[in-house]
Design a protein around this ligand. Structure first.
Ligand code: M6R
Length: 605
């Protein structure tokens, strides 16, 4: 959601805070700010909008300091403005915060009753006041901090500096992650390993409930009970710090073209190309379960829906998929022989993490398909089934999605084998098909010229419908999500057969319909649905393959994807819908990598 950095350093802190915030901007980008000790006093610089606005402020009003905190914001309480930008201050205390303080209204009323006044509409400001009032009551800094934490309800990661304590940065984690970075005679606090990546690759992950006091020499970490604990640093891969666009205009464009490699790396963890077998990295035996319950959000949820089709079709394994924000608040009927699978790029999405914990509390074993191996989900699950997409920076997920679908498809083959739904020959055939996916995805990404031309027309539309059947209906929903996110055009994805039950009323000459129509056993049905659209004047765009093309050329504008077996068709058709959304957004001139109102990692409910 928001990004946090704290530094107790030896060299000028302002450029270092900015460098780190650039890596955190994917978390939120509606305002940014820093605060640091200049000649013993805390000075603050803040700006509404992108980080470059804060950089401009710092150019005209530089800060000379070596210790400070920084923040990039995704607004929850209070609209994006300089006044609501972090850091927030009260008395001696300056705070940056990621998350939501749920009881802020009652705390604010109490603090106001004590004569304290507030300058922002944020929930964060109450934290600064609470700590300051504990300091005023005579408590030393760490105790004052702990006393304030004990009053907070909700989800938060905090970094705090206190006037008069120029070599101290305090941090706390309750929900959203927070890491401590260990340097040589300097220390760092960050929302994730990327935040401290420019300065160190030795990182401790704070546990839920931990709080920490950093000075230049090290960190003292305490758990929620106040007991001092050890959180030894780990070496993290330096690739976490590599985030370059290369020759591409946007990260999203690069990440679409990174997909063959992302899928190949991911499959290497699941497929044995010598024995032509698929297996979960930990050898999980799918014959020990009767059901799968998938939980995820957004794009990861659609990857889960595709997996449902495949698990049931090929492995005969009943599979339920639910958006995590719903699952966590109901009482799902779970059996002991159910495996819960959480799917997530970041491994930090608050709803998915809470759903995972909910399933655990219900006695379920948990596996996670996750892209960040050091994330909270990776650490909390019983089984870690990684994707190897590398860091994904564009807010609209692309390569993480195909990496998830490829890992899940490999697991489907493993499950089909273990459950004796396929023999050795059939398993080898399926593995061979999946090994072909990276090449076919690369080929699919070459259809850019047709896609660009169609996207130009799409950029004029107000509403767009996406249709597909079987697993392609989930890809249709993912296509609609991509378009909404980055082009701000209203779009919906439907199972093609549902069109006649209502949505067809939306069809007119101004409402393009995009059909995902591989030439498979359901092709003719989809073709009929497209006739129904054409008969009502709706412009039709069909993503199909060479065998489907002649049947659709009189009804639709075509984007040709490579022919693919149904097992891997969702992977092979994915680049077309991603590129369509991408070029539509480019034609519209929107901010592709950082679309309005969104953030890469949603660590609040
Ligand atoms: O990090 P996660 O995979 O858990 O994130 C889940 C969703 O927030 C994410 O997929 C979101 O829908 C993307 N912006 C989609 O492009």
């Amino acid at each position: 959601m928001c990004g946090i950095i704290g530094i107790v350093g030896q060299t000028p802190v302002a450029p270092r805070l900015i460098e780190s915030l650039k890596r955190l901007e994917y978390r939120g980008y509606d305002s940014a700010g820093i605060a640091a000790f200049e000649n013993g006093r805390v000075v603050r610089r803040r700006a509404e909008g992108k980080l470059r606005n804060l950089e401009a402020v710092l150019q005209s009003e530089p800060v000379q300091a070596t210790v400070g905190v920084g923040h990039t914001r995704w607004a929850t309480h209070g609209r994006p403005s300089e006044r609501n930008a972090h850091p927030h201050q009260a008395g001696r205390v300056t705070v940056v915060h990621n998350g939501i303080i749920e009881n802020f209204a009652e705390l604010k009323a109490e603090l106001a009753g004590q004569g304290r006044s507030f300058e922002s509409e944020t929930d964060t400001e109450v934290v600064a006041h609470l700590i300051d009032s504990e300091l005023k009551a005579g408590k030393p800094p760490v105790e004052a901090f702990k006393a304030a934490l004990d009053r907070l309800r909700g989800a938060y990661a905090l970094a705090v500096i206190i006037e008069g304590e120029t070599q101290l940065v305090l941090g706390a984690r309750h929900g959203p992650p927070l890491v401590v970075g260990w340097g040589q005679g300097e220390m760092f606090l960050g929302s994730d390993a990327l935040a401290v990546g420019p300065f160190t690759n030795r990182v401790s992950y704070l546990h839920d409930g931990d709080y920490v006091a950093l000075d230049a020499q090290g960190a003292r970490v305490f758990d929620g009970t106040g007991a001092e604990v050890s959180r030894p640093p780990k070496q993290v891969s330096s690739s976490a710090a590599v985030m370059e666009k290369g020759n591409y205009r946007h990260f999203m464009e690069k990440e679409i073209h990174d997909q063959p490699e992302a899928v190949q790396h991911t499959l290497a963890a699941y497929l044995d190309p010598v024995r032509m077998r698929a297996e979960a990295p930990d050898g999980f035996d799918f014959s020990t379960i009767d059901r799968i319950q998938i939980v995820a959000c957004g794009t990861a949820y659609y990857a889960g829906v595709i997996a449902k089709y495949l698990f049931e079709r090929y492995a005969g394994l009943p599979t339920d998929v639910e958006v995590a924000s719903e699952f966590r608040y109901r009482s799902p009927a779970l059996s002991p022989r159910t495996l819960a699978i959480a799917i997530s790029q970041s491994g930090e999405t608050a709803d998915t993490l809470a759903a995972l914990r909910h399933a655990r509390a219900e006695g379920q074993k948990i596996a996670v398909v996750v892209n960040v191996p050091t994330s909270s989900m990776a650490r909390e699950a019983d089984r870690l089934w990684p994707t190897h997409a590398g860091p994904e920076i564009g807010v609209a997920s692309t390569k993480a999605f195909t990496a998830q679908v490829s890992a899940l498809t490999a697991l489907v083959i493993a499950a089909a084998g273990k459950r004796k739904k396929v023999d050795g020959n059939e398993q080898a055939r399926m593995v061979r098909l999946l090994l072909e996916a990276p090449r076919l995805i690369a080929e699919a990404s070459e259809a850019e010229d047709e896609v660009r031309a169609i996207a130009y027309d799409l950029s004029k539309a107000r509403d767009v419908l996406y249709l597909g059947r079987g697993a392609m209906s989930a890809l249709a929903m993912e296509g609609a999500l991509k378009l909404k996110e980055i082009s701000y055009i209203h779009a919906e994805g439907y199972a093609a057969g549902e069109l006649k039950h209502g949505p067809i009323a939306l069809i007119d000459e101004q409402t393009p319909v995009i059909a995902l129509a591989p030439y498979d056993e359901l092709f003719e049905k989809t073709q009929s649905n497209l006739q129904e659209v054409g008969a009502r004047g709706g412009p039709v765009i069909a993503v199909t393959d060479r065998r489907g093309a002649p049947h659709l050329s009189s009804t639709a504008r075509l984007i040709i994807a490579p022919e693919a077996d149904p097992l891997i068709a969702p992977l092979v058709f994915a680049p077309a819908i991603q590129l369509l959304a991408y070029y539509t957004a480019v034609h519209k001139g929107t901010d592709v990598d950082q679309p309005r109102n969104l953030a890469k990692s949603v660590t609040v409910e």
